[in-house]
Design a protein around this ligand. Structure first.
Ligand code: BG6
Length: 486
């Protein structure tokens, strides 16, 4: 009987994401029949107390999605077990090994990354790192390349790379996978997917939430390390990579790592021209007054809660096509999107001297708040005007079926896909060691350039789209961030 072990089984990630994901998988009949789920944590809870706590978390989430089903819960509950232990101590892990037996376990480390190295060392000593075992690591793995390597050396001492699953939950999002389908399941986009036709790419991950109680972690990381090093660079890779020969984990990850290697390093001289750091001040977000980051933190801080950056990919496909990325807390909207901005038509036959009504084609891959892929194309406005009037129309490419709109299925938690894949041993949607290293290398250069050039975060009012300098980053090149006007 195979087991899924959640270290940190009573923690925030487990209760908010992992156990609700397992409930939904159970609800849909997708969990392996014989799977047992073992929560492990320091707290001296009984199994019953743990199951009651899980029920509370899962029920709240399922009810919000109108998907609470007592029978599905009972099935999940019957798989659940709990062990109070110190995961950094091999002796303390022995009862867990007994419970797991010889079938092997997928162990998810949903604990502070500062414990990763000690836990995997103890797992190896306790016999939980055998050939049938797998290890799932939540980000952040390290704070820079050096600290990543320290953790990863301990990991690779205990496990083979094929047994290690580094999570980037953005890769579990439906639309992110749909981007792969769009690019490589159609012939019409790939011939256009290069610097001959594409003007630039934008990746925005806007959040309205603040840092709040997470500041002890966040203050050390900032937006660059919390979001850009992982989620945003992963999105960039999927947009920019060459077609892999198949969906095999190594084929896909070989292509992604090539993109990361082609990223132009950000130098001290250039850093102020190609990056923007920001930190939120007090303001109004979604109609509510909110505090400044430093008020939440309780003291002055040099940490950025916003970053915008121009990345250049030095290869044949993307030479001359800037990738603009921005992410921040306490922004105007929760919006995550990738915008592929195509070039203008070479010659317009519609205008009289200027570009008239013509807008350049734009492919918008929206991840949040809605999941959709849409293409803006020009269309004739119906009517008998002497001068032909054009209008942009936005065509959804996601849920249209035979010209009709199908209701999208329930929006899954990204971890549902990732948990299933990790248990099945499929690492396509996980980050390989060399990818993580390369991403850290590039991000370290940015951080060093900031330090070297004394770049301090610029203030921005909560509820805006960040410092004005982020707009300048594009307007200097004659471009603008996508304002969701469709
Ligand atoms: C996490 C970051 O990885 O991603 C958080 O640590 C961030 O700071 C979160 O809020 C965003 O995830 P999502 O899925 O809500 O866009």
């Amino acid at each position: 009987m195979a087991a899924l072990v959640i270290f940190g089984g009573g923690g925030d990630l487990a209760m908010r994401m992992l156990l609700p994901s397992l409930y939904f998988l159970e609800h849909d009949g997708l969990l392996p029949d014989d799977l047992k789920i073992i929560g492990a944590a320091r707290s001296d809870d009984s199994r019953d107390a743990y199951v009651a706590k899980v029920r509370q978390a899962v029920q709240a989430r399922a009810q919000a999605d109108n998907a609470w089903d007592e029978a599905a819960w009972e099935r999940l509950a019957s798989r659940l077990d709990y062990l109070a232990l110190d995961a950094t101590d091999a002796d303390s892990l022995k009862p867990l090994k007994d419970r797991v037996g010889e079938a092997g376990a997928t162990s998810f480390l949903a604990v502070s990354p500062s414990l990763y190295a000690r836990i995997v060392t103890a797992m190896k000593a306790a016999g939980l790192a055998g050939p049938k075992d797998r290890l799932v690591l939540e980000k952040p793995v390290g704070r820079d390349l050096d600290s990543f390597r320290v953790i990863d050396d301990a990991v690779s001492h205990a496990f083979d790379e094929r047994q290690v699953f580094r999570i980037d939950h953005y890769l579990g999002k439906e639309t992110v996978q749909n981007l792969i389908a769009l690019r490589f399941g159609n012939t019409i986009f790939e011939p256009l997917w290069n610097n001959l036709t594409i003007d630039h790419v934008q990746i925005t991950v806007g959040e309205t939430v603040g840092v709040g109680d997470r500041w002890p972690y966040y203050d050390e990381y900032g937006a660059l390390r919390d979001m850009l090093q992982n989620h945003m660079l992963q999105l960039l890779c999927l947009v920019a990579m060459e077609p892999p020969s198949d969906l095999d984990p190594d084929s896909v990850r070989n292509e992604k790592v090539k993109v990361l290697r082609s990223l132009r390093p950000v130098t001290h001289e250039e850093v102020e021209r190609v990056t923007v750091r920001g930190q939120y001040q007090a303001g109004v977000v979604e109609g509510r007054e909110v505090d400044a980051y430093e008020t939440e933190r309780g003291q002055a801080s040099d940490t950025e809660t916003f970053v915008a950056i121009r990345a250049d990919i030095d290869n044949w496909r993307w030479a001359g096509v800037p990738f603009f990325m921005r992410t921040g807390k306490r922004l105007a909207e929760k919006r995550t999107e990738i915008v592929i901005q195509f070039k203008p038509v070479p010659h317009s036959i519609f205008d009289r001297g200027d570009r008239g009504d013509l807008q350049d084609n734009r492919l918008i891959i929206e991840l949040q708040p809605e999941e959709d892929i849409s293409l803006t194309v020009m269309n004739k406005r119906p009517g008998l005007d002497q001068r032909m009037q054009l209008q942009p129309i936005r065509m959804s490419l996601s849920w249209g079926v035979d010209g009709k709109t199908a209701a999208p299925p329930r929006r899954r938690i990204a971890y549902e896909r990732l948990l299933l894949d990790a248990m099945a041993g499929d690492s396509t949607l996980f980050v390989r060691r060399d990818e993580a290293e390369q991403a850290w290398k590039w991000v370290d250069e940015v951080a060093e350039a900031w330090a070297g050039a004394h770049v301090r975060p610029l203030p921005y009012a909560a509820g805006t789209w960040g410092p004005d300098a982020a707009d300048l980053l594009l307007s200097r090149t004659g471009r603008a961030w996508n304002a969701d006007d469709a």
